[in-house]
Write a protein that binds this ligand. Structure first.
Ligand SMILES: NC(=O)c1ccc[n+]([C@@H]2O[C@H](COP(=O)([O-])OP(=O)(O)OC[C@H]3O[C@@H](n4cnc5c(N)ncnc54)[C@H](O)[C@@H]3O)[C@@H](O)[C@H]2O)c1
Length: 334
């Protein structure tokens, strides 16, 4: 019998990459555009597995209905799993797998793109020249060389980022719950406390997962410890930053630049074309009004290579489950 997977939160580009890779696997895939939530979880009826992305919600209520519908596997086609209640999944006998790494290069390179775009004001310069304005007023940037970057979370993505930034001749301060001292020695990274990192960094970039400990890591208090005019980059998860505290920091000029690929309330907006609608979210609207802020729609992962790897690992995870093999990418409650 064909093994059926219900995909949620899908876009046309997901269908293209999964359909191509699925030729090798032969699963029956049902694509649903909506994000998985308690209102559409009934669509999991008849599915053996469910596949979700970053803005789908698999909380206790959703997982219970999935389990009642006979779903035994939840396959995340992303690395982060903060949107899944892992204890509830276990209680409902649903196995959870993810794609721990698909292209750390995609996210690391995008992080640098945000830094350079903010620093050298490339979006602003582009709008200007398109409008026939070739003046340089307000476009002055700074040399990256010799500046200090503070990296919070030094996992797969941050390690690639650090190597790129070392290429610019930047000094690297880092904080991680589990420091990698061998990597630090090899790449001249200095592990330090969060306070020291806030105090000494010209640019701060977030690469830790969203957990109970890291939720709102960047808040009024941590911002108050940062250098005046600091650049803050978030390609991690939206809730690492308390957005109203960030807005206050931007208003009082403590924060000089913010590059945000993620936003704490992103699920309403990101990945959707809302260009003919008024933005109801006043916090997002305020963020978009700053000339020194770049907001992008959770796109750091979005490269050809990453999409191919996501599809391949997701379907391999599902195949391993169906064959009763050891699940190397299983996620369990701590
Ligand atoms: N914007 C995007 O498109 C995109 C794509 C992929 C991943 N991400 C985000 O990037 C994050 C990092 O990805 P990765 O592949 O490098 O993950 P990883 O698991 O390789 O690295 C995470 C690092 O964070 C550290 N860490 C955990 N808790 C911490 C804490 N409280 N304080 C400091 N460090 C802590 C871990 O020890 C680890 O070294 C993911 O969790 C995900 O949220 C975003």
């Amino acid at each position: 019998m064909t093994y059926t997977i219900a995909f949620f939160g899908t876009k046309p580009y997901d269908e293209v990459s999964f359909d191509k890779v699925n030729k090798k696997f032969g699963f029956e895939i049902k694509y649903f555009k909506g994000h998985l939530n308690k209102n559409n979880v009934m669509l999991t009826q008849g599915a053996d597995a469910v596949c979700i992305f970053v803005n789908d919600i698999a909380d206790a209520e959703v997982l219970k209905v999935m389990a009642d519908n006979g779903v035994r596997l939840l396959a995340l086609r992303c690395a982060g799993y903060n949107n899944v209640d892992l204890s509830a999944a276990q209680a409902n006998r649903i196995t959870v797998v993810r794609v721990p790494a698909y292209s750390p290069y995609a996210v690391a390179e995008y992080t640098v793109a945000l830094m350079l775009s903010l620093n050298r004001k490339i979006p602003r310069a582009t709008w200007r020249t398109r409008d026939g304005n070739f003046s340089l007023h307000g476009l002055m940037g700074f040399d990256m060389h010799g500046k200090t970057v503070g990296i919070i979370g030094t996992g797969k993505i941050a390690k690639i980022l650090i190597q790129i930034l070392r290429g610019f001749g930047m000094n690297i301060l880092a904080y991680d719950l589990y420091p990698d001292y061998n990597f630090a020695r090899e790449h001249q990274v200095v592990y330090t406390t969060l306070d020291e990192l806030y105090h000494n960094s010209d640019i701060i970039s977030l690469h830790c997962p969203l957990t109970d400990t890291t939720k709102y890591l960047i808040n009024d208090y941590s911002i108050s410890k940062m250098k005046d005019g600091v650049m803050l980059i978030n390609t991690g998860r939206g809730q690492l930053i308390h957005t109203n505290a960030l807005i206050e920091g931007l208003k009082n000029k403590k924060i000089g630049y913010a590059g945000l690929d993620v936003y704490e309330e992103e699920s309403e907006y990101f990945y959707e074309d809302k260009s003919d609608k008024i933005i109801d979210d006043d916090t997002l609207a305020r963020l978009l009004s700053f000339p020194n802020v770049i907001v992008t729609s959770h796109q750091a992962f979005f490269t050809h290579e990453a999409m191919r790897n996501i599809a391949t690992t997701t379907l391999e995870n599902i195949k391993s489950y169906t064959e009763g093999k050891n699940l190397i990418n299983e996620v369990k409650p701590k």
